[in-house]
Design a protein around this ligand. Structure first.
Ligand code: PEP
Ligand code: MN
Length: 352
């Protein structure tokens, strides 16, 4: 159920309707839009009794939302959501593309800083790096854990980059929430419902990766889990799905981008690194992702990929990332977007 408020409804009227909804035992999600505020009602098992709400001051109409996802839907909020990061002007979903880059895993302070310096200079606003790695083998490098988070917090202080890093369980989510700017939920956890709910109670934006066999509806329902707990700052990420194709690690499903944008107001970025698993395919697919209308990219970069502790074969060398940025900068204006400019070395923030 959706309560659509009149365009001139006051804040008090919106608040009164929310309180009424909560008093009926449901949850109210006020979503202010450009024209009017809509209030999503969740927590109801069946129909919400519309009577009392319909009569309240400021209410225009009540609409039944028939889709299984509600808060992620454009029915609730027509205009695109722009997810911001407090303390910076980096956003996802605005005119400027969000570029996230960094190594698959944080391996050492030196390794992380050398990549951060290069991706920052190339114009990325977000630094990605795993401190908790969900590896297929228990014998593979599992990440530096809290030490990795500390290194990334230092990178934020030094370069002003916003930090995106994965939480793999409740325990790591507590720490990731404390140190990072964006909480990544990985493909393997896209249907870890208790983790999604916990991310929904976090105060920071969530980057939700598509599960490797998830349908569009399952993906949107995973986002709905996060939003239903009150965290509306969700960024979706297409990272490739399993198919019979064996020339790539996954098949990057770029058709998901316009499909999501039709149904949802949430921003969506593309991960061409996991989406292809091959270094030589990352730049071509990045071009395609921007052309298809993605709100940004998340790309793996490493200064010495042959010695990387994870995902070296899909990691770009910094020079290749410079070239990727060059090409994306040329394509962006064609689709009405822009890319942050390169940073002179002198633009570095001084250590806090
Ligand atoms: C990653 O971003 O390093 C990662 C593990 O991604 P995914 O969850 O998409 O496999
Ligand atoms: Mn990786």
């Amino acid at each position: 159920m959706l309560v659509v408020m009149q365009a001139h409804a006051t804040e008090e009227q919106v608040r009164a309707v929310c309180e009424k909804i909560e008093s009926l035992g449901y949850r109210a999600h006020a979503m202010p839009g450009a024209q009017r505020t809509a209030i999503g009602v969740t927590g109801n098992r069946g129909e919400v009794e519309p009577g009392t709400l319909e009569e309240m001051p400021g209410v225009q109409e009540l609409i039944r939302v028939s889709k299984p996802y509600k808060l992620v839907s454009r029915d609730v909020k027509e205009e695109n959501t722009v997810v911001g990061c407090p303390g910076s002007d980096a956003t996802v979903g605005g005119k400027q593309l969000a570029i996230m880059a960094g190594p698959c895993a944080i391996e050492s302070r030196e390794q992380a800083f050398s990549v951060a310096e290069r991706v920052h200079r190339a114009g990325a606003q977000f630094f990605r790096g795993g401190a908790y790695k969900p590896r297929t083998s228990p014998y593979s490098f599992q990440g530096l854990e809290e030490e990795g988070l500390r290194i990334m917090a230092e990178i934020r202080d030094r370069f002003g980059l916003r930090i995106v890093t994965e939480a793999i369980d409740h325990e790591s989510l507590e720490l990731v929430e404390r140190y990072a700017d964006v909480i990544q939920i990985g493909a393997r956890n896209m249907q870890n419902f208790s983790l999604l709910k916990r991310a929904g109670r976090a105060k920071k934006p969530v980057l939700l990766k598509r599960g490797m066999s998830a349908t569009l509806e399952e993906f949107l329902m995973a986002a709905e889990y996060i939003m239903s707990e009150g965290n509306y700052k969700v960024v979706l990420c297409e990272r490739g799905v399993r198919t019979f194709a064996d020339h790539t690690r996954n098949t990057l499903d770029l058709s998901l981008v316009p499909a999501v944008q039709r149904l949802s107001h949430l921003p969506i970025v593309v991960d061409p690194s996991h989406g292809t698993g091959k270094r030589n395919k990352v730049t071509p697919l990045s071009r395609a992702a921007i052309a298809v209308g993605a709100d940004g990219l998340i790309v793996e970069v490493h200064c010495d990929p042959d010695r990387a502790l994870s995902d070296g074969i899909q990691s770009l060398y910094p020079d290749q990332f410079d070239e990727l940025m060059n090409q994306v900068r040329q394509i962006a204006p064609v689709v009405g977007r822009s890319v942050a400019s390169e940073q002179p070395q002198s633009a570095l923030q001084t250590s806090a």
